[in-house]
Ligand binder design. Structure first.
Ligand code: 13P
Ligand code: SF4
Length: 364
């Protein structure tokens, strides 16, 4: 992703007390309500999350954006790739806004379109004759999605990665999966693909640091990207909780390393973590391996249960955390005065190719 510069929103917003900022957001939201949809990802901080009209995981929010044809403004309280997908899935008349342009996703930035294009060419050269299906996790730039669409591939999210992977094997012989190595490995494992047929493509290395024979034999080739937040959960944390609380249940996000997912009782997208914990019997104990804002919210919403973060450290997504109430207020008050700030637009050619990959996922 090119580095996006967030302009200084000034003391009127940055130095205002939080209570007043929240009051002003509520007011302006009411005034814009007919034209406005605020989408909020589960990792948003509470002070912002409370204003979302729809909350969800990446898949739910992408679907909601696609369905909301009557809303002129979509304010995305999430990260850049999510706002890009919303822009691709909405009409040209609808405007998608990201309250702080610095809210990116480090994992998405680990796969640049040039690097992926280059890797693809090398892979095709050595595996000549095999049909390779590219699958990109939704945590990727629009350019990567646009690369995948015309090549017969699809986008996936953490809630449908296994389904998309198994669809891909009905279309071809091999899958090139990017950017998240861990989601790819966890999904391949769930489909029973043998470990020795899954290889990692190391960015910037010739043949991704593999020998040609390995690549010919591989069913799944995984880009070596990762989420800096979910990498903080370790197998030793699972062991520690099991020793301390033998009746605890462990649930983690599939961006966690495979050894953590393997030891957990459940894994799934943010939406599925919420449903599993909320639907569990009273007095259950949970250790949750995902972003801290979501874990804290689940803890508050389930006072009858004992809920902990799987890690003893605060695993915060610092880019999601960029979306602060003052920035939300700034974009909304500008919209009220007919000024569009922080619009996220994908150029028409990239958008049309990326839409092929997104639509394919929504159909699968
Ligand atoms: P979900 O689609 O599960 O909400 O995950 C998005 C994400 O970025 C997790 O790190
Ligand atoms: Fe990206 Fe990880 Fe943050 Fe999700 S939690 S937005 S994958 S850095």
């Amino acid at each position: 992703m090119e580095l996006l510069q967030q302009i200084d929103i000034g003391p009127e917003y940055l130095e205002e007390g939080e209570d007043l900022v929240l009051e002003r957001i509520a007011e302006v939201k009411k005034e814009l309500s007919e034209k406005l949809l605020i989408l909020g990802h589960h990792y948003q901080q509470e002070s912002v999350f409370q204003f979302a009209d729809v909350t969800g995981d990446s898949l739910k929010l992408a679907k909601k954006a696609a369905e909301s044809k009557d809303k002129q403004y979509i304010v995305f309280c999430g990260v850049h790739f999510m706002a890009e997908s919303a822009d691709i899935l909405t009409s040209d008349k609808q405007i998608v806004v990201l309250p702080d342009l610095r809210a990116g996703c480090p994992m998405a930035d680990m796969a640049s379109a040039d690097d992926v294009e280059w890797a693809w060419q090398e892979l095709e050269e050595v595996t000549g004759g095999s049909r390779i299906i590219p699958i990109t996790y939704v945590n990727s730039s629009a350019k990567i999605k646009a690369f995948v669409g015309p090549k017969g591939g699809s986008v996936c999210t953490s809630s449908n990665a296994e389904r998309v992977l198994s669809w891909a094997f009905s279309q071809g012989d091999k899958v090139f999966f990017f950017p998240d190595e861990h989601l790819g490995r966890n999904s391949a494992y769930a489909l029973g693909i043998p470990e020795n047929e899954v290889v990692v493509w190391k960015r910037g290395k010739r043949l991704g640091n593999n020998d040609p024979e390995q690549l010919k034999k591989a069913k799944v080739i995984l880009w070596d990207g990762y989420c800096t937040v979910h990498m903080q959960f370790k197998a030793s944390h699972v062991t520690m909780w099991r020793e301390k609380e033998p009746d605890i249940r462990i649930i983690v996000h599939p961006e966690c390393r495979h050894e953590v997912v393997k030891l957990a009782d459940h894994y799934g997208s943010t939406e599925s973590i919420i449903q599993t914990v909320n639907n569990s019997p009273g007095a259950s104990k949970w250790a949750i391996g995902t972003e801290i804002n979501l874990v804290n919210r689940l803890n508050k919403q389930n006072p009858d249960k004992e809920i902990h973060s799987l890690s003893p450290f605060q695993c915060l997504c610092s880019t999601m955390y960029r979306i602060k109430p003052s920035y939300l207020l700034w974009v909304l008050e500008n919209l009220k005065h007919g000024r569009i700030v922080n619009q996220i637009t994908v150029d028409p050619e990239t958008a049309s190719f990326a839409k092929i990959a997104l639509d394919r996922m929504l159909k699968i």
